[in-house]
Write a protein that binds this ligand. Structure first.
Ligand code: FMN
Length: 204
């Protein structure tokens, strides 16, 4: 009698322990959610601008296992394209104020579209695609119209992010190589395409 109960009980306990261990080790943003609410950004702190400019550089080696904190992720995306005024305008200038840029975050849990107004990430493509991008724990994709204006928008955003990384001691590199990795798999506005990508993480 006891023997017949033992196996199911052990299986149950083992499953419970595995679930508890999983839950305890997973940071909030690692959960595969359709929508991730990012922490509100308090625009304070960081290195003085001139120190960040002096520190900006490309770094191509990343620690693949350590993700950015949710606070860093939120501040980084806000630097890229966040709302910084009550009228909804952004941390970068855009032609005619039309904000023609889509910013995606490639995380281990999926590829997410950044919604600057709601300060959320919405799942755009399931699965771990980080291996396509230098195995950095975060890669930001900049999609815009394939013209001069679109390139200006992407460039403004990646430079803001580069300065944020310099301020936070994060490694980053901008690449046009890999811009087509998810071609046809992301839902983009008419005429948009991923022009450039930026891999980010703790230095390796
Ligand atoms: C539009 C653009 C495209 C780039 N493409 C690549 C790339 O495909 N691969 C790469 O390793 N670096 C790429 N880079 C990074 C440059 O190689 C790097 O910025 C340059 O060597 C200067 O180094 P620094 O950023 O440390 O000043 C790119 C940079 C820009 C701005």
């Amino acid at each position: 009698m006891i023997t017949s109960l033992k196996t199911p009980l052990l299986v149950f306990l083992a499953a419970g322990c595995a679930l508890a261990a999983c839950w305890a080790s997973a940071p909030p943003a690692a959960l595969a959610q359709d929508t991730i609410q990012l922490p509100a950004v308090t625009p304070a702190g960081g290195k003085p601008l001139l120190e960040a400019l002096a520190a900006r550089h490309s770094d191509r080696t990343f620690n693949p296992d350590t993700a950015l904190t949710d606070k860093q992720l939120s501040e980084l995306l806000w630097s890229a394209f966040g709302v910084n005024r009550p009228d909804g305008k952004r941390t970068i200038p855009t032609a005619h104020g039309r904000s023609e840029l889509s910013v995606f975050a490639v995380l281990k849990t999926g590829v997410y579209l950044y919604d600057p107004a709601a300060n959320t990430l919405t799942l755009a493509l399931a699965g771990d695609h980080t291996t396509k991008y230098a195995k950095s724990p975060l890669t930001v994709l900049y999609a815009a119209p394939d013209n001069l204006t679109g390139a200006f928008h992407a460039g403004s955003a990646y430079q803001n992010v580069g300065l944020y990384c310099a301020s936070e001691g994060l490694a980053n590199v901008v690449r046009t190589t890999g811009a087509d990795e998810l071609k046809g798999r992301l839902s983009l506005p008419e005429g948009f395409q991923v022009l450039v990508v930026q891999s980010i993480g703790l230095p390796g």
